[in-house]
Ligand binder design. Structure first.
Ligand SMILES: [Zn+2]
Length: 106
């Protein structure tokens, strides 16, 4: 399938737009920029990713359960989808400070 990334972009001012990588919320977003009027246009799928990340940054409450002698938490579907985490995958849990635990996905 042909991605819109490869298609030519024309600015509302009529000028041809140039590909550019923007950084939003710390992630790379492909887009186009008009060198004439400065107008910017973001790649739809990449912009969507930023919106999802923004939502996920607010946090998802989960309850601690118990399985055998271990405590378990359910991994929210939205997070799993965003980070492409699948069953059987290994993650690394790391203490960040006394109020925060980090999970390395790669
Ligand atoms: Zn323009």
């Amino acid at each position: 399938m042909r991605d819109m990334w490869d298609a030519e972009h024309t600015c509302t001012c009529g000028e041809k737009m140039h590909k550019k990588k923007f950084v939003l919320e710390g992630i790379e977003v492909r887009g186009w920029e008009c060198r004439k009027c400065g107008e910017a246009d973001l790649h739809g799928a990449d912009a969507q990713k930023v919106l999802v990340l923004n939502k996920l940054k607010k946090g998802i409450p989960v309850k601690v359960g118990e399985l055998g002698e271990s405590l378990i938490i359910r991994f929210p579907k939205e997070l799993a989808e965003y980070y492409k985490i699948e069953k059987g995958e290994s993650l690394i849990l790391k203490a960040e400070n006394d109020k925060k635990i980090e999970i390395d996905v790669e």
